[in-house]
Design a protein around this ligand. Sequence first.
Ligand SMILES: Cc1cc2nc3c(=O)[nH]c(=O)nc-3n(C[C@H](O)[C@H](O)[C@H](O)COP(=O)(O)OP(=O)(O)OC[C@H]3O[C@@H](n4cnc5c(N)ncnc54)[C@H](O)[C@@H]3O)c2cc1C
Length: 402
Amino acid sequence: MIDTKLLYLSGVGPKGSESSIGNRLYFKINNPAVGQSFSDHIGIQLSIHYQGSPNFNYNDRASNNPNIIKYLNERTGPFTQYLPVLFAHFKSNPNLSRPNIEIMISPSGVGGYDRNVNSANKFQVLLIHMSQKGKTRLTLDENNSVKYPSVYFTNQDDLNDMVDALYIFLNDILPKNPQLSVHFGPGGYSHSNLNPKSKSDCRAYITGGEEKYGVTYSKMIMNHFTGTVPLLEDASLGGVDPQSLLVRGTSNVHVVDASIYPGTLSAHPVATIMAGAERASDLLINVIADPSIDTTSAPSTTSTTKAPSDAAKSPTTAPETPTATASKSPVDAPTTSADALSPSSDGIVQTTTAPAVDNNNKPVPSTTDSFKADRIVTSSASIHTYLLLGLALIIGAIAVLV
Ligand SMILES: Cc1cc2nc3c(=O)[nH]c(=O)nc-3n(C[C@H](O)[C@H](O)[C@H](O)COP(=O)(O)OP(=O)(O)OC[C@H]3O[C@@H](n4cnc5c(N)ncnc54)[C@H](O)[C@@H]3O)c2cc1C
């Protein structure tokens, strides 16, 4: 989310919408997609009671010494992973082609201040919608801090899916193990007034109060924020150019994080973010190392860079070998300073690509080349030092002999 705020405050966003987004904003660079499609996975949680003897009390780590020793000696047991979290997936509607709901099970409990909710025999179950449709615009408060985005269960399809999912979980999945029962949830200790066999009561759980005993159990954020500076093929829509990862309308602002994914990811996001970052490193090596690549992002449906053409379709595909050539003349290096930005008639900034020169009109090396030059100067200076030292020793030796 932070890049959206930075872009807003830097004057990049949907021109004309400033007053509905934040305080005293002015979007000099028009990018209609910035901040408009915030998305997050949405979820609810339950506490489940296990009628048996747990062999691992997550709330009492001091009693887990045997497990710690086991881990240190054998590298086995519960301490081999942070939170022994389990995942399963199912469909909220049997007609779907693939599962859309994730069951995430964690022994850490559901939180809150009622210890009875999180005792040794209880564990947390999160039901997470992995294909939700709800999106919202990201706005700033009067201090221009990001406002809490209210996207959670605002979309009726998402809500209906979650009602079905909760109903299926309570009536089909959970009863498969008679040792399990709801403790915090419909029909349990926390919501004994709700009937788990009633869909309208399941709906009431999902849309009801946002907290009980200090437990936030519905409208839960998953911190899987995406979509605020999206990759978009159609340049007229703004967003980020998939070929160069440039924010459209700018010449030198690349975005490489969760916000570039335009839709909902069907999994927890980090693996995809890392794959995107790998891909981005190849794209940016091309842009930085090959000065002949035009990094402008004028509104156009055609690519403006020489980056591999499949990048837009799949930022997570295996990186190709970069075609970097660092031996180009530094005269070719483009300037990308803010001074070179000039807004076009539609508000999208064009970049003027002029050779970098100093005050005397002499070529200035690019960052890459000056780095290399420094290294060469340093190493050649060392060689000269050793040669002079050797020569002095030889002259000294001759003088002694004479
Ligand atoms: C508690 C929690 C648990 C999670 N668990 C999982 C999980 O199990 N699996 C999973 O896949 N995902 C998980 N996520 C989601 C995952 O962490 C995020 O999707 C991912 O970190 C987003 O990556 P990012 O690079 O977009 O942003 P971030 O990782 O948030 O990186 C943004 C960076 O920008 C820096 N920054 C902020 N402002 C500025 C500024 N003005 N100048 C310079 N730098 C700045 C920040 O310090 C930060 O380092 C979890 C998230 C949370 C909060």
